[in-house]
Ligand binder design. Sequence first.
Ligand code: CA
Length: 333
Amino acid sequence: MSSLRPSPIAPTVDFDRDGVQHGFLRLPYSRDDSAWGSVMIPICVIRNGKGPTALLSGGNHGDEYEGPLALYDLARTLDPKDVSGMVIIVPAMNYPAFRAGTRTSPIDKGNMNRSFPGRPDGTVTEKIADYFQRELLPRADIVFDFHSGGKTLDFVPFCAAHTLPDKALEQKAFDAVAAFSAPFSMRMIEIDSVGMYDTAAEEMGKVFVSTELGGGGTSRAQTVRVARRGILNLLRHAGIVAGAAEKGRTQWLDMPSGDCFSFAEDDGMIETMVDLGEPVEKGAVLARIHSTGRTGIAPQEIRAKMSGMLAARHFPGLVKAGDCAAVVAVEVD
Ligand code: CA
């Protein structure tokens, strides 16, 4: 099996050494402008004695910024004296995509979150996934992966975990979500979980927590504050950093079925009829898609299949058939 081949990635950090190390995951990548070149993925290891290990990542998708903003900051400021155990920080996991400001890698079009478990002899994106799968995930007790909506989606800011067959693991994940203390906390379902980092971590029995903190290919002051406070809360909750989590009010949300997703069935110009966080009734018009090729055409309506609140929406002004237009979530106590 190809998975027996060692990873081509060479870390410049030593995971067994105490202190702070700022280094790279060096991935050989031979190309026209650099015959013996490499992709240098930034990594920081902050370690102090015995204790749990947290594996923190951002930039799984390259056009999402709250995670990288929080994690480059954490890597620069977290003092090993304040750590019990180890914090591994990879602020821009799909580094080629992050450098390009795109969701997927410009090298191979790889979507990191559909590339797990990866391959040591695969594409650049698959090689990064394989390194996380076989070298980083096994070291971790708690795994946190920042996401936002990227250029095409926008979300109310939430921290999330999944419903899992292992109820003890599920409870640990939701306890960590509560500790993160985002304005919203989500019990999340996935449209397409095959190949996700989430699935890889959960199948390994790791506590896995994620976010959707905004989107539109940028960040906001509020969502970056949520990210920075939340990740410190998570480390306190995990017992890696001392002190109690700084809790704020959170509203729990549920995605009870596939009916929470609405997809565009036409190309055109999208008109949002409900803003993020606003309540919606079943049957209400969430968005209208206007034909633009000629005048005189009535817009297509996208209606809510369930009542709740608008948790996510398509971000750009133009939409294509098949795009996720809106996500409705249900508020729970
Ligand atoms: Ca994402």
